[in-house]
Design a binder for this molecule. Structure first.
Ligand code: FAD
Ligand code: NAP
Length: 547
């Protein structure tokens, strides 16, 4: 869309179609334009922002500090933008995305409210034919999926959802006008990161909140606060060095990793270290020691510390016991970061129902039926997560023009080379796809790394006169084996997490992201490119007649 709101005609033949206008798609568009390629973005929403467009639930905010959860590609942008809080709330992150769209004039090449339904590779012309739900047909050399790892919202498979007479909301599809909870009896299903942020805020206004919990979560206090000016100045005056440091880390976040085993210190010292981390707050808690995700005994010390905190915060021992995770190691489901989550259960208007013990059997006209009884509510919030990593990709029919769809290829779990491409699907790229560090990292770092790699790859193809690029089966095979091998050296597969596809009935149990670390992964990608795109085939130019 142009600035005056009009939509220029769609070119039928372009260099690249990008699907999605979150942080991935926006930066991809900017990079391709800068190297003289024509590109169009299709976005299902009616504005930019992706995650931060859709997830408008109360309390939504990032859990990676905003000085780091932001683009690094433009020194001017990172100097001029002011984050008001250490962890920005959703409206501010959305404003940031909108500012980026304005500043780099992105909207003129984005088609909003347009969903890509099909993409088919024409093997003679070596072009992707893309079809949208608005009848657009575009032919492009490259198709770049910036569809998001957490963009396919998932409702639970509970009978009777359609019968409920009150209002229902999913955290990932929150109404733009917001929801006034005052006077309402609200049922919240789920206790993942979204619920943990939303429940304390909803409880402030609602008459009553009933939380239906299947698995309790470990959560660390955020200690969010207004941005201290000296902290902002420190970041802004050292951005180049600090960003470069983030690229080398395990998860793309600069923080102090204690390179000691949790078992190498005595109990008093360990306690002091955990107390300091708890007081500082957030994800860096998991960097208290270097072996928390690989050694079960070390992990248990951190898990027990958090359990003790829950027992100390929550007054009612029975509620505290229900809120205390015991069935999986800390950090192997995404660690949550909260503001007053556990303390919220001390409020008289909040109750906790354990639906592991007494599963939900149905949604009725007036509430939630469990094996232990019926709970009346007039409003239901589904904080039930996403069909993560593969959901948005599998929702598109991606046909490789040789009788195979990506969905079929991935029937037993996603297979990629580097999380960037899938063998058999030439010129189709994924940003933060399965098999890359992606959701295990500060996503901004991983997004920028993938976009930069893809942009350089396309420039190289042009420089060499190649019509495209395809991952080899052999390289993909080896990469999938490596991703698995590294995952099974950690405790992650011990949890029924969405990283493992465990939250979607019937989804194959495969650890989807690459846990080798952002720094290690970046080096691998760089080396592969420097070695002439090892493990990829470059496609020879198409005969002029076929063009
Ligand atoms: P998205 O932001 O998901 O954007 C993908 C876009 O593609 C969407 O707008 C979607 O509408 C569009 N799309 C999908 N399919 C189609 C289609 N077929 N046709 C057209 N358009 C399509 N990460 C962090 O690192 N730190 C955090 O603190 C953090 N907090 C998060 C909080 C929440 C509530 C959630 C859900 C995720 C969070 N994440 C966080 C992960 C977050 O998803 C990424 O940080 C980042 O925003 C992803 O950007 P993206 O552009 O890759 O994907
Ligand atoms: P989630 O972590 O997958 O949590 C979904 C919750 O719903 C879980 O508690 C799950 O229980 C429960 N659930 C699902 N189906 C259910 C059913 N049929 N009956 C009862 N309970 C059911 O989803 P999310 O909270 O939306 O978070 C997804 C990811 O987005 C996070 O892990 C994180 O990466 C990102 N995120 C980040 C932030 C942030 O702090 N910045 C905030 C929100 C989201 P089980 O655990 O038993 O499956």
């Amino acid at each position: 869309m142009t600035k005056d709101g009009s939509t220029p005609p769609l070119a039928r033949n372009i260099d690249a179609v990008i699907v999605g206008a979150g942080f991935s798609g926006m930066y991809m568009l900017h990079r391709l334009r800068a190297q003289g390629l024509s590109a169009i973005v299709f976005e299902a929403a009616d504005d930019v922002g992706g995650t931060w467009y859709w997830n408008r639930y109360p309390g939504a905010r990032c859990d990676v500090e905003s000085m780091q959860y932001s683009y690094s590609f433009s020194p001017e942008l990172q100097q001029e933008w002011h984050w008001r809080e250490i962890y920005a709330p959703q409206p501010e992150i959305l404003r940031y995305a909108q500012h980026v769209a304005e500043r780099f004039d992105l909207r003129r090449d984005i088609r909003f409210a347009t969903r890509v339904e099909r993409a088919r590779f024409d093997r003679e012309r070596l072009r992707w034919e893309i079809a949208t739900d608005r009848g657009d047909r575009v032919s492009a050399r490259y198709c770049i999926m910036a569809t998001g790892c957490l963009s396919a919202a998932k409702l639970p498979e509970i009978a009777g959802c359609e019968k409920f007479r009150g209002a229902t909301y999913h955290t990932g599809h929150w109404p733009h006008e917001g929801v006034d909870f005052s006077g309402r009896s609200v049922g919240v299903i789920g206790t993942g990161s979204s619920a943990i942020q939303a429940i304390p805020v909803i409880a402030r206004d609602a008459k009553h909140v009933t939380v239906f919990q299947r698995t309790p979560n470990y959560s660390i206090p955020a200690h969010n606060r207004p941005m201290p000016p000296e902290y902002e100045t420190m970041w802004k005056s050292h951005y180049p060095e600090l960003r470069a440091r983030a690229w080398e880390t395990r998860n793309g976040i600069v923080y102090d990793l204690n390179d000691q085993s949790a078992l190498a210190v005595d109990a008093d010292q360990r306690q002091r270290i955990y107390e300091r981390r708890w007081a500082a707050g957030g994800i860096p808690f998991m960097a208290a020691f270097n072996d928390l995700i690989v050694n079960a005994d070390a992990n248990e010390t951190a898990a027990e510390f958090v359990r003790e905190k829950i027992r100390a915060i929550v007054h009612d021992p029975e509620t505290a016991a229900k809120l205390t995770p015991t069935s999986y190691p800390i950090g192997t489901k995404r660690i949550c970061v909260d503001t007053d989550y556990f303390a919220t259960f001390n409020r008289p208007n909040v109750s906790l129902i354990d639906v592991r013990e007494h599963p939900i059997t149905a949604i009725t006209e007036t509430g939630v039926e469990t094996a232990a009884g019926h709970y009346e509510c007039d409003t239901l919030v589904f904080a039930t997560g996403f069909d993560a990593m593969t959901g948005a990709l599998n929702a598109i029919t991606i046909d490789n023009g040789a009788g195979k769809s990506l969905r079929d290829k991935w029937a037993a779990g996603p297979r990629t080379y580097l999380g960037l491409m899938a063998a058999g699907f030439p010129n189709l790229f994924m940003i933060t796809g399965p098999g890359s560090p992606s959701v295990l990292s500060n996503m901004m770092v991983s997004i920028e790394q993938h976009v930069d790699w893809i942009a350089r790859c396309l420039a190289t193809l042009d420089a060499r006169g190649a019509a495209g690029i395809e991952a080899s089966e052999h390289a993909e095979e080896n990469w999938v084996a490596h991703v698995n091998e590294v995952a099974y050296k950690t405790l992650y597969p011990a949890a029924n997490s969405w990283y493992m596809g465990a939250n979607v009935p019937g989804k194959p149990r495969v650890f989807m992201p690459y846990i080798g670390g952002v720094g290690v992964y970046r080096e691998i990608c760089e080396k592969i490119a420097a070695n002439g795109y090892e493990g990829f085939h470059l496609l020879p130019p198409v005969a002029a007649a076929a063009e």
